[in-house]
Design a protein around this ligand. Structure first.
Ligand SMILES: N[C@@H](CCC(=O)N[C@@H](CS)C(=O)NCC(=O)O)C(=O)O
Length: 196
């Protein structure tokens, strides 16, 4: 299995999932700063030239949440098997892809990526994104309830959200802050060399 990866959030979601699943994989770094993702060899794997992409056997996957869902469905662990659990997993994965990811990546880009190359983030953009994010964070509060993890037991759905949470303000969402801290202390998370 080959994971095309950079240290940013979406590829880290998948790397962390592979570590949690204890699957062996080769990490192929695609340096976004050097624009390696725009090279023809990578476009042939990931047509939008974005990471992550995962090659396993004769399957090629891109879109981080599709990859996580595929791993859950096909490796039979850290993924629900009964209808209620699956319904919750699917709605949260689609929520992440369709609504959460965009404002979360505005936070990450301005607070982590730009400072990493010596540039200042745009606080106005972050404030606008934070406004968009609030109702989604409220949904996550409901979904998490008083459980340790979003589906109750730890699952690949936690991997979809965890890497974003360090660049988002969670002062008004204490249960999400506690969830973030719980996720960040997992041994598999710590093996992924997170820089944020
Ligand atoms: N929706 C995609 C987003 C992938 C994405 O935007 N990846 C970023 C890194 S986190 C990327 O490769 N950016 C390079 C670029 O846009 O040129 C996913 O979930 O995988």
């Amino acid at each position: 299995m080959k994971l095309y990866w950079f240290w940013s959030t979406n590829p880290q979601k998948v790397r962390w999932a592979l570590e949690e699943l204890e699957l062996s994989y080769d990490l192929v770094e695609v340096d976004l700063v050097k624009r390696e993702n725009k090279q023809d060899w990578f476009r042939a794997i990931s047509p939008r030239c974005v990471v992550p992409a995962l090659e396993l056997d004769d399957v090629v996957l891109w879109e981080s949440d599709a990859i996580l869902t595929y791993l859950g469905e096909n490796f039979g662990s850290l993924w629900p098997s009964e209808p209620q659990g699956k319904a919750k997993a699917f709605r949260l994965m689609f929520l992440e892809a369709a609504a959460f990811q965009d404002p979360a990546s505005t936070h990450f880009f301005n607070r982590v990526v730009l400072p990493s190359i010596g540039k200042e983030g745009d606080s106005e953009r972050v404030a606008k994104a934070a406004k968009k994010l609030r109702p989604i964070l409220s949904v996550l509060v409901e979904e998490l309830g008083d459980q340790d993890y979003i589906l109750g037991d730890f699952s690949l759905v936690d991997c979809a959200f965890g890497p974003w949470l360090s660049s988002i303000d969670l002062d008004d969402f204490p249960t999400l802050a506690a969830w973030r801290d719980r996720l960040r202390s997992r041994p598999a998370f710590l093996r992924c060399d997170f820089r944020y």
